[in-house]
Design a protein around this ligand. Structure first.
Ligand SMILES: *Cc1c(COP(=O)(O)O)cnc(C)c1O
Length: 244
């Protein structure tokens, strides 16, 4: 008798392989594997693949589009999963994000922070957030401008305003660097995000700045070597996205 082949075995294998590569990269910086959290990016992936990666042990899932993620949450119905919003949030989706997601990586403007603050205060909850930084200067990217170090002091008033939102808990920074041919070429962008984090932490020691959400399928090991505490990995685990 042959065992029926588990159709999602490759997902479990790829999930474990990514964890192993993450642990090696963390070890190269003298950190334990637990110092870096894997957020599996499920945008554009069918439910069966999401279920497979949950069975493999994933606990943190990332989505770019608020409604797509909420549909998956409802279909999966597992309250212990942590859902991360990692995409640009339109003003009218702020409430959906606040009520359904555990963390917002992509807080990219003060007006969104202020809207979330009002909604969170009304609901009596606190939303953990990361400030999204544009480290490459591409016009197509969201986030506060972070590519020119000489201009960093100009970020301080807005960052201070975000920190004044009592119902948003700023925990660190997030970035999506410009596309590069080789992972190694992303390293300066990751270094820049870490350096900006250190700059902000020195000026606003009252906030937590320990999280750096950086690194995707093509470059997560380099990001971990540069201090990532969260990597957002989709296709390296789940294969090509079938929707979008
Ligand atoms: C899609 C996406 C990812 C994952 O990208 P992969 O290359 O599939 O790992 C990570 N972060 C953000 C913000 C994304 O939009």
């Amino acid at each position: 008798m042959t065992q029926p082949r588990d159709p999602y075995l490759p997902i479990r294998e790829r999930y474990q392989a990514v964890l192993a590569r993450m642990a090696s990269a963390a070890a190269r910086t003298g950190r334990p594997a637990e110092a870096v959290r894997l957020v599996v990016v499920t945008k554009g992936q069918p439910l069966a693949k999401v279920q497979a990666v949950l069975q493999a042990g994933a606990q943190d899932l990332g989505e770019n589009y608020p409604e797509e993620g909420v549909a998956k949450m409802e279909a999966i119905g597992q309250p212990d999963i942590r859902w991360h919003m990692i995409g640009h949030v339109q003003r009218r989706k702020a409430k959906l994000v606040l009520t359904h997601y555990d963390m917002l990586h992509s807080l990219d403007r003060l007006t969104l922070a202020q809207r979330l603050e009002r909604l969170a205060a009304a609901q009596g909850r606190v939303l953990p957030v990361l400030l999204e930084i544009n480290v490459g200067g591409e016009a197509s990217k969201f986030g506060w401008p972070g590519w020119d170090e000489a201009q960093w002091p100009r970020l301080l008033p807005e960052v201070e305003s975000v920190l004044q939102c009592a119902h948003l808990q700023v925990q660190g920074l997030m970035t999506v660097p410009p596309p590069v041919a080789e992972a190694e070429q992303a390293r300066p962008y990751f270094q820049r995000l870490r350096k900006l984090r250190d700059f902000l932490a020195a000026r606003f020691p009252q906030a937590r700045w320990d999280e750096l959400s950086m690194g995707m399928s093509a470059d997560f090991e380099v990001a971990i070597e540069e201090g990532a505490t969260m990597v957002r990995v989709g296709t390296a685990i789940l294969g090509p996205r079938t929707r979008l």
